[in-house]
Ligand binder design. Structure first.
Ligand code: ADP
Ligand code: MG
Length: 558
């Protein structure tokens, strides 16, 4: 696989723009698709997950082929939502930064059509459109697709899910025969196959990554609580993660609004995004979320569809979706562009089966986590606050006030001062959590069924499993042909051997490559087959587990 943009065959104009965007190496989709589009003919159906860099995969070659001197529309990108259209147009404009005179226009429903007509009148080498609005513009004679050379159907499965079948058919029937068609989709349902068969010329199907699988970089966790504690659990998750930047998925518009309102009332930077809002309201919410003025965006699946935010810390399933497919889409919002992602589900006792079904489809395991308690949350918040204080910039301006500060605080001991400053910020949390109950469901309530994942078991398992408790020390001998890897997770992080096996599995290391495990207070040692040890280390070192950054070192064999 080509691992350098310079080797893909792109022109300098494009390479410079790409470099400025900070793209260091092509993603697998880009490395696979771009050279084909540049040197081969033929239509392509590309199956790839969200967040894999598809826009540049089709966008860069399409821009290469474009003739700026020809005013006709040469590239047409169809996409399911307004947000996505704007995102794609914005990305393409970035890629085309050094292509003089190029015009990229996006048109979509839910916004005034007159302005879009005016935009098109000025010329559009590239149109990025939702199917409904484009058809409307074609009928009005404002858009002309008779000269297009490249037609891109982005997120084709989603366009069909959103009911654009007839519009797509109508547009595809009018598109000129000499074009090249590319279809991108995360899945290949019958309806997408039908489109490919009817309107594409013998397309080659290229699958990048595992089809239907959860994004590789995403870890999946769930918290099990009583139905009435769902919201309280959500709050605990937010409090336990002071740097949270998340999309919270709800089932319905009403619930989305309710949860967002409640979070706001409780003092969080949260807001709702759903179809009942006006476009102006949606733009406002999205703008604030992208600027990080909002830390939690509570959204329905459809509304969240076009959101392209790379550095989400979490995707939270306030409710699990009805369709498992949607879970894949949701969790694909995090762990993008090579970053690690965390997808969390809050479930009640009856929804465990759903977790198992999702696991079967995404081929990854969920880890059950205990809902953080008062003490853990307060500790995390305190550490965060101290961190922020440590990192604050001390400006010269403060020196002018030192006499006053000394006068008022001069007699106070350092300890007293620290306690007072932290309490000032922190009493609110203490007050709230003083009364906080344990949201975890006690064993006996689980209808007598033994739930091995329970928190109590989790602790017991430490004693029963092949682990060694106690202060940190050195591990014993590991199996022949294996080496020890030390990871900065220990008994105090409540890890049990099964978690380690899941972590390894998530990194692509199968059970047979994992040997003995010894867990100490602060660290654990896991024996790995020598042949995979280096790879495992590269995968695990720097990965995020829960909210902990892992560090891994391999112990030399004596
Ligand atoms: P998809 O359409 O497959 O969901 P996008 O094209 O929207 O994915 O890309 C996801 C994110 O990754 C975007 O923010 C994009 O800027 C970023 N990205 C794409 N290609 C690269 C790359 N080669 N290096 C770094 N970031 C990239
Ligand atoms: Mg995309």
């Amino acid at each position: 696989m080509i691992s350098d943009f310079l080797d893909l065959g792109l022109s300098n104009e494009i390479l410079n723009a790409v470099a400025e965007l900070g793209f260091e190496k092509p993603t697998p989709v880009q490395a696979t698709i771009i050279p084909r589009l540049l040197v081969e003919d033929g239509d392509i159906v590309c199956l790839a997950q969200t967040g894999t860099g598809k826009t540049a995969a089709f966008g860069l070659p399409a821009l290469e082929y474009l003739d700026v001197k020809n005013p006709a529309t040469q590239v047409l990108v169809l996409s399911p939502t307004r947000e996505l259209c704007r995102q794609i147009a914005q990305d393409l404009t970035g890629f085309a930064k050094y292509i003089q005179g190029i015009r990229i226009v996006s048109v979509y429903g839910g916004a005034g059509i007159q302005g879009q007509i005016k935009d098109l009148e000025k010329g559009a080498h590239v149109i990025v459109a939702t199917p409904g609005r484009l058809l409307d513009l074609i009928k009005r004679g404002a858009a002309d697709i008779s000269g297009i050379k490249t037609l891109i159907l982005d997120e084709a499965d989603e366009m069909l899910n959103m009911g654009f079948k007839d519009e797509l058919d109508a547009i595809l029937e009018q598109a000129p025969g000499g074009r090249r068609s590319l279809l991108f989709s995360a899945t290949l349902p019958d309806e997408v196959e039908r489109i490919a068969k009817s309107y594409m010329k013998d397309p080659e199907i290229v699958t990048v990554g595992q089809r239907n699988a959860g994004s590789e970089n995403v870890e999946h966790f769930y918290y099990m609580v009583r139905e009435e504690d769902r919201y309280a659990a959500m709050k605990r998750i937010a409090d336990y993660n002071p740097d949270i930047y998340a999309i919270v998925f709800c089932k319905t518009r009403e619930q989305t609004q309710k949860v967002a309102d409640a979070l706001q009332r409780d003092g969080y930077d949260a807001d709702a995004l759903h179809g009942d809002l006006s476009q102006a309201q949606r733009d406002n919410v999205m703008g604030r979320f992208k600027r990080k003025a909002l830390h939690m965006l509570v959204a329905t699946d459809v509304a969240a569809r076009g959101i392209d935010v790379n550095d989400l810390t979490h995707v939270i399933n306030y409710n699990l979706p009805q369709e498992i497919e949607l879970y894949t889409h949701r969790s694909g919002r995090t762990g993008r562009a090579d970053k690690k992602g965390v997808s969390i589900a809050i479930i009640n006792q009856r929804e465990k089966g759903k977790i198992r079904r999702i696991e079967a489809v995404i081929k990854k395991q969920f880890t059950k986590l205990p809902v953080p308690g008062a003490r853990e949350i307060c500790e995390r918040q305190l550490a965060h606050l101290i961190d922020e204080i440590n990192n604050v910039e001390v400006r010269d301006d403060i020196y002018a006030f030192m006499p006053t500060i000394n006068e008022m605080w001069g007699d106070m001991s350092k300890d007293d001062l620290v306690r007072k400053v932290l309490s000032y910020e922190f009493n609110r949390f203490f007050d709230y959590y003083r009364k906080a109950k344990d949201l975890n469901i006690p064993e006996k309530e689980k209808k007598g069924r033994k739930d091995k994942d329970g928190m109590k078991d989790r602790q017991d398992a430490g004693e029963k499993g092949k682990t060694k408790k106690g202060k940190d020390g050195n591990p014993g001998e590991c199996e022949k042909g294996f080496v020890w890897m030390r990871i900065n997770l220990g008994y105090k992080n409540k890890v049990i051997p099964r978690d380690i096996v899941s972590i390894m599995k998530a990194c692509g290391i199968g059970k047979q490559s994992v040997g003995k495990i010894e867990i100490f207070e602060e660290y654990l040692y896991v024996a790995l087959k020598s042949s995979v040890a280096e790879y495992a280390k590269s995968q695990i070192h720097g990965a995020i587990y829960g909210r902990r950054k892992l560090s891994a070192i391999l112990l030399q064999k004596k």
